[in-house]
Design a protein around this ligand. Structure first.
Ligand SMILES: NC(=O)c1ccc[n+]([C@@H]2O[C@H](COP(=O)([O-])OP(=O)(O)OC[C@H]3O[C@@H](n4cnc5c(N)ncnc54)[C@H](OP(=O)(O)O)[C@@H]3O)[C@@H](O)[C@H]2O)c1
Length: 299
């Protein structure tokens, strides 16, 4: 059996992906920061900050999938921004160093990346994979994250980075937060409401990772964002309709959101469209092409 080793496997995406890989017949093993973390698979402790990795963790790794990363949905203080960065970038460097030292040469290194690669801006431009990274915080994080991933080419590995839009899941993630005010009857579009909201259904994302594992022609960075473009106002109204609620309040002013969330308010107030053409041309078919179909499923 081919061994797939994952970091961040206890997260929202990792839990679903590791199960799916197991069902496909792979030997799934995971890196965890605490042994108390509940996982169905053989697990090894790691601490990239202390440069610790449990013995034998990397042995026979066919593919490494790097999902680890501190959540971005927590106030971006200076010290927390460092955590967001290092949990993705320094951790990837640590895995690279360990593999190099132990002469492990995986067939592929597949890494999460994010739609934030292009910068958190609202524009009419539809971002494709050849566009440059943004200069803001998340753009800088994603650029460094992908740079570390591409370093694995030195080990002879195929490298794939998945520039992920907001993942819609029935359990956890952004949807849980976004639906709260609507559930209480207090939902409203944010700021102008015109900012785009790139999204993807969790099953589509898991299937993109699976394709990246099994399709050796996949190499480089790919946007993982559904083909239907939705802005914040439309998203809010559709989400409310699926929850059986009506939006009657006026848009929440930008200034108010900025005062509450600080720099992190960019996540709520800005957004552009991401092209899904590259992954579709690679042969991927989205099961959830429209927001209505995705919401009907996850809710
Ligand atoms: N969900 C989304 O909407 C979305 C959108 C764009 C990009 N992404 C990216 O896709 C990846 C997976 O997303 P997800 O939603 O599954 O994330 P998640 O639920 O937040 O899980 C991430 C995992 O990373 C590990 N982790 C958390 N904090 C860490 C830290 N400080 N240092 C090292 N590891 C840490 C944890 O695993 P252990 O406790 O087992 O170590 C955690 O389960 C992440 O890198 C995320 O940035 C997600």
């Amino acid at each position: 059996m081919k061994k797939i080793l994952l970091s961040g496997a206890t997260g929202m995406v990792g839990r679903k992906l590791s199960r799916k890989l197991y069902e496909r017949g792979y030997q799934v093993e995971v890196l965890v920061r605490h042994k108390k973390e509940k996982t169905d698979f053989k697990s090894y402790l790691w601490d990239y900050k202390a440069r610790f990795l449990e013995a034998d963790a990397l042995d026979n790794t066919y593919i490494f999938i790097h999902l680890a990363g501190a959540t971005i949905s927590k106030r971006w203080t200076d010290s927390y921004k460092k955590e967001i960065y290092s949990s993705r970038v320094d951790s990837a460097q640590f895995i690279f160093d360990e593999m190099k030292n132990h002469q492990i040469h995986p067939e592929a290194f597949i890494s999460a990346s994010a739609s934030g690669y292009y910068g958190q801006v609202t524009s009419e431009h539809i971002f494709t994979e050849t566009d440059k990274p943004g200069k803001d915080f998340l753009g800088t994080v994603c650029e460094a994250w992908e740079k570390k991933a591409f370093q694995f080419k030195e080990l002879g590995s195929r490298v794939v980075c998945i520039r992920t839009a907001t993942v819609l899941s029935g359990k956890g993630g952004a949807l849980e937060t976004l639906r709260k005010p609507i559930d209480m009857g207090l939902g409203a579009p944010l700021g102008t409401g015109k900012q785009y909201f790139p999204w993807i259904h969790e099953d589509d994302l898991v299937n993109i990772y699976l394709k990246a594992v099994e399709d050796a022609s996949m190499e480089g960075s790919y946007n993982a964002s559904a083909p239907e473009y939705i802005n914040n106002e439309v998203f809010t109204k559709k989400l409310a309709a699926h929850l059986g609620k009506t939006i009657f309040l006026p848009n929440i002013p930008q200034l108010f959101i900025k005062a509450i969330l600080g720099e992190m308010s960019l996540l709520a107030l800005q957004g552009s469209r991401l092209s899904s053409e590259k992954i579709e041309k690679a042969g991927f078919n989205f099961a959830y092409k429209t927001l209505d179909s995705a919401l009907a499923d996850v809710l």
